[in-house]
Design a protein around this ligand. Structure first.
Ligand code: SF4
Length: 103
């Protein structure tokens, strides 16, 4: 069995997720909580668009494929907007190397 980030990969039925290089089955994406949400809320006009951002993050918080979605967005820097419960700024922070305190 071939797996990608813990998802069984069906060669006949998968979608590539942007430029992430990951293959995620269409069945997985069908479970996305945002499928029935307003797409616009996932693309806030700016960091000041708190209403859209909050609404999108609320949808993501109940999504069963949040970790897979975040993995896609972490790998593909070209993706804009809210993915996996994170904003673009959140993802940039997560990509930064962590500093380890030295005693
Ligand atoms: S985690 Fe990803 S797939 Fe799930 S609701 Fe949020 S943007 Fe959509």
């Amino acid at each position: 069995m071939d797996t990608t980030i813990g998802i069984e990969r069906d060669e006949q039925d998968y979608l590539f997720a942007g430029g992430s290089g990951l293959a995620i089955t269409e069945d997985v994406w069908k479970r996305a909580a945002c499928r029935d949400a307003e797409p616009e809320i996932f693309f806030p006009i700016s960091d000041r668009d708190v209403v859209s951002r909050t609404a999108a993050l609320r949808v993501c918080s109940g999504c069963t494929i949040r970790s897979e979605c975040l993995e896609v967005a972490m790998r593909d820097r070209s993706l804009l907007g809210i993915w996996g419960g994170t904003t673009e700024a959140d993802r940039e922070r997560l990509r930064r190397p962590r500093r380890v305190a030295v005693a």
